[in-house]
Design a protein around this ligand. Structure first.
Ligand code: FAD
Length: 334
């Protein structure tokens, strides 16, 4: 037993991740889901915003469904470092005793969630793809397990808070309602520069393309046989991002950050073009929330056509250049 009284804990908290005043989209996705869980539990939805000069993000959190925002605003939090974030978050959790804490499964979220969970002896389920509450108000945190072969539902019965990091792109973001009212509470900042062990000496930005943010995704599979030129050109013509199946990533044709599916990223673009992709269930899981799906495949029986809004049964090396031309791009050599 944990020795804590679980009845002392209440409310659903969502960590609203922001960098330089710009919130990560996953935060708004979690606010929508947090709102649903808080309503099911009959509790408040509280957003936690940490950063410097980020009152605008706090106001947006109210407009997107939070009842209250806890705002820790101080230069020590900019740029992000795990130790001040983790310590501030830990202190608030210990003081306010939230029942459920949701954090985006971003680099930042994954980096500091453990720093909160371990010292307060919380249960932390990582990389969840579904959330719910049971009849007793316990969080049901669902996530793929055994390499994606099964789904596990994890309950945290004896420890609090019930914490989860949640995969980006799984839920729709909360809508903006500028007329919503809520309270923004500036909280005491419990860390200062002298307490932090890390220093940021230099920031080096590499190719950190995030396909989960893209409005248009053009994905290629094994049918490309490694020639992603037309896929890239179509993505360029449409102002989108290139993505791939695991088969293509395993071959080394595309970097792993662009893999869509159960063991890759979840995307929900307005337009998803799938070229030379069979439509395996593990791939569909990462893109079946797309608004419009266009599939190009030589096999009329490919399962991708069951999901596609528009299906073209033909050779992608014939079709994709025509699409590029139609959208005003340069016709590639194939
Ligand atoms: P294939 O299934 O080989 O399909 C290639 C398609 O291209 C075929 O339909 C063929 O008709 C078509 N084609 C061939 N030539 C042409 C041409 N010239 N023009 C047009 N079409 C052509 N997969 C993922 O994508 N993402 C995941 O996250 C993922 N996770 C997995 C997790 C587990 C636990 C397991 C077991 C599997 C996972 N997979 C995942 C793999 C998945 O099961 C499939 O093997 C994979 O998605 C197949 O990729 P593909 O469609 O590119 O290849």
């Amino acid at each position: 037993m944990s020795g804590i009284d679980v009845d002392d804990y209440s409310d659903v908290w969502v960590f609203v991740e922001q960098h330089e005043g710009r919130a990560e989209r996953v935060s708004w996705e979690l606010l929508a889901e947090g709102r649903r869980l808080a309503d099911a539990k009959g509790e408040q939805l509280v957003a936690l915003v940490i950063g410097e000069d980020c009152r605008g993000v706090a106001e947006e959190a109210i407009a997107r469904g939070a009842d209250r925002v806890l705002l820790a605003d101080d230069p020590v939090f900019e740029p992000y470092r795990a130790d001040p974030y983790g310590e501030q978050f830990r202190a608030l959790v210990a003081d306010r005793k939230p029942d459920v804490v949701l954090i985006g499964g971003t680099h930042t979220g994954r980096d500091f969630a453990g720093r909160v969970a371990v010292p307060v002896h919380a249960g932390l389920t990582a990389d969840c793809t579904e959330l719910d509450v049971d009849d007793e108000g316990l969080l049901l945190a669902r996530r793929p397990t055994f390499g994606g072969d099964a789904m596990a539902t994890i309950k945290c019965v004896n420890h609090r808070p019930q914490m989860a990091t949640v995969r980006a792109g799984v839920f729709d973001p909360a809508e903006l309602d500028p007329d919503r009212d809520g309270e923004i509470e500036p909280v005491e900042v419990v860390v200062d520069e002298s307490m932090t062990k890390s220093r940021v000496l230099e920031r080096v930005v590499g190719d950190v393309t995030d396909i989960t943010d893209a409005d248009v995704v053009v994905a290629g599979g094994a049918g490309t046989e490694g020639n992603f030129g037309p896929i890239q050109d179509l993505a360029d013509a449409l102002g989108g991002e290139v993505a791939a199946t695991r088969a293509a990533v395993d071959e080394g044709w595309v970097e792993p950050a662009r893999q869509v599916g159960q063991t890759g990223k979840t995307v929900r673009p307005t337009l998803y073009v799938a070229a030379g992709i069979s439509g395996a269930i593990q791939h569909l899981e990462g893109m079946n929330g797309s608004d419009v799906v266009v599939a190009v495949n030589t096999d009329p029986n490919a399962p991708i056509f069951d999901l596609a809004d528009y299906g073209i049964v033909d050779d992608l090396f014939e079709v994709v250049p025509e699409l590029i031309e139609a959208f005003g791009g340069e016709t590639p050599e194939v």
